[in-house]
Design a protein around this ligand. Structure first.
Ligand SMILES: *[C@@H]1O[C@H](CO)[C@@H](O)[C@H](O)[C@H]1NC(C)=O
Length: 246
């Protein structure tokens, strides 16, 4: 169990932690209880990232709000340095009242974001069609709480209310089944990282089609970069159309 605290005196405007190990594929789960009450401007995260310029990254970011208004769950994925793949959702529960489970599954087929076991987003490997995928860079697990008031709440119109500080997010129940990449090189996947569906450690073989996230998309999605015609005037990124075709 870890709590992250944000107040106006910490200088850096952020606090966080990261895993010692780095991984190439895995399933990572975190229980989180978000900043209650006044949380506008705060951003609590659970994400994987590699280092360097053309980095890979998979994000859960929770954008706070004024008391009583809903959090936004912001997701993104960077492949070889390119992100701009945001999808945003409201949650079907109050994420500040209790711990809930947020899981990132990353294997050679796809990346699946799940909330309390319900898949909300999938980013499929379309490398054969020329879309870069996250398959060559090891990543570490991170959690952080930072001041994102320039963009987080209602697009930055609502700022952090420091009179409500300190802001606290709790993390617990971390679990992973993943392929560790030692600094010395080598490494490999644990024996339970089976690629045959039905096995206990079947995360390595798990695949979801676009229909697998239909419930969350229909009921709770509030933004999908694939539908942002203003932003992508020449048409959406290639993976959007590939997924529409199934
Ligand atoms: C905050 O509340 C407003 C009003 O309900 C809503 O439009 C917005 O999506 C909420 N979340 C964030 C992060 O702005």
């Amino acid at each position: 169990m870890v709590t992250l605290t944000l107040d106006n005196s910490s200088g850096s405007g952020a606090s966080g932690f990261q895993s010692k190990d780095q991984f190439l594929f895995g399933e990572f789960s975190m229980e989180m209880k978000l900043v209650p009450g006044e949380s506008a401007g705060t951003v609590a995260t659970f994400y994987l990232t590699s280092e360097g310029d053309a980095h890979d990254e998979i994000d859960f970011e929770f954008l706070g709000n004024v008391s009583g208004e809903p959090y936004v769950m912001h997701t993104n994925v960077f492949a070889q340095g390119r992100g701009n793949r945001e999808q945003e959702f409201y949650l079907w529960f109050d994420p500040t009242a209790d711990f809930h489970n947020y899981t990132l599954l990353w294997n050679p087929h796809n990346i699946i974001w799940s909330v309390d076991g319900v898949p909300v987003r999938v980013f499929r490997n379309h490398e054969p069609a020329g879309v870069p995928y996250l398959s060559g860079q090891a990543m570490r697990v991170h959690g952080s709480l930072w001041n994102g008031e320039s963009w987080a709440t209602e697009g930055g119109r609502v700022k952090t209310n420091w009179s409500a500080a300190p802001f606290v997010t709790s993390y617990g129940g971390y679990a992973s089944s993943a392929c560790v990449v030692p600094a010395s090189g080598g490494g490999g996947c644990p024996p339970n990282a089976s690629s045959s569906p039905g096995d206990a450690g079947a995360w390595m073989g798990r695949q979801l089609g676009p229909e697998g996230v239909a419930w969350a998309r229909e009921k709770y999605m509030i933004y999908d970069y694939c539908d942002d015609r203003w932003r992508f005037r020449q048409g959406p990124p290639a993976e959007c159309n590939l997924d529409r075709l199934g």
